[in-house]
Design a protein around this ligand. Structure first.
Ligand SMILES: Nc1ncnc2c1ncn2[C@@H]1O[C@H](COP(=O)(O)OP(=O)(O)O)[C@@H](O)[C@H]1O
Ligand SMILES: [Mg+2]
Length: 236
């Protein structure tokens, strides 16, 4: 680490841009998901995390930028993009690079080596989900090693986001507190620390809701509702 680039005032050199999700969530984010920062989506299974990520990927390609999609859940993403994008799905898919790590070590390797692939044609990196292979267990030494590695992945993603003016979207799972039923994002404080924008997803039957839980410059705890259709993510 180190070197003269540390002194580069990156934020003033180039404006950030925003990638729209194409539904009401864009309103609570004042236009969409911002570049040069890490945005986190957390929520229970089937709350819409992957659909939002795929929709964002399609939108990003339609705006002329390529996407890296790291899929730790092997979720038939290519088929879903074909559904969402319809007639131009081939040209969309050409511009989304899918990676499917099968272990935490492979996820590490991919993130650490993204620079070998990245250039200014890219506008978005998605890590869905960041914690699929992140299981703390009881071995304290192993747990702190895992934490360090996850932290390093996020540091690398943030560095790339700033250097290439791209957006980073990470998804996160939840657990429920036994005492009061409260839903909490997992990943300890690591994901929380690195994500400057955090959205919680909730689901009531087919209507889903996103709540802005953290933002530096926008009001928090405001929500937007959305639905999932064949064509992707839409306003409820
Ligand atoms: N074409 C579709 N039309 C309506 N709902 C869909 C469609 N495809 C998937 N879904 C719904 O999306 C949900 C899964 O969303 P997903 O984004 O994978 O959630 P998560 O990543 O949070 O687990 C499921 O409830 C599924 O029924
Ligand atoms: Mg998912």
């Amino acid at each position: 680490m180190g070197g003269p680039e540390i002194l580069d005032p990156y934020l003033s050199k180039e404006e950030t841009t925003k990638i729209p999700l194409g539904c009401g969530i864009d309103t609570i984010l004042d236009g969409g998901v911002e570049t040069k920062t890490i945005t986190q989506l957390y929520g229970p299974p089937a709350s819409g995390k992957t659909n939002l990520c795929l929709q964002m990927a399609v939108n990003c390609v339609r705006r002329g930028k390529k996407v890296i999609f790291i899929d730790t859940e092997g979720g038939h993403s290519v088929e879903r993009v074909r559904q969402m994008a319809r007639s131009d799905y081939l040209s969309i898919l050409e511009n989304i690079l899918f990676y499917e790590p099968k272990r935490f070590e492979d996820q590490n390797f991919i993130v650490e080596n993204l620079e070998a692939i990245l250039d200014e044609r890219f506008g978005l990196i998605i890590l869905d989900c960041a914690v699929s292979y992140y299981r703390m267990g009881t071995d304290e030494e192993k747990a702190s090693s895992l934490s360090r590695q996850l932290s390093r992945q996020l540091a690398k993603l943030l560095e790339l986001a700033r250097r290439y003016n791209l957006a980073v979207m990470v998804t996160n799972q939840v657990y429920t507190l036994r005492e009061n039923g409260e839903v909490k994002p997992i990943g300890g404080n690591i994901l929380k620390h690195w994500s400057k924008v955090i959205l919680e997803l909730r689901r009531k039957d087919s209507v889903r809701e996103a709540v802005l839980r953290r933002h530096r410059t926008l009001p928090e705890d405001i929500s937007a509702r959305f639905i999932i259709t064949d064509e992707g993510v839409r306003d409820a």
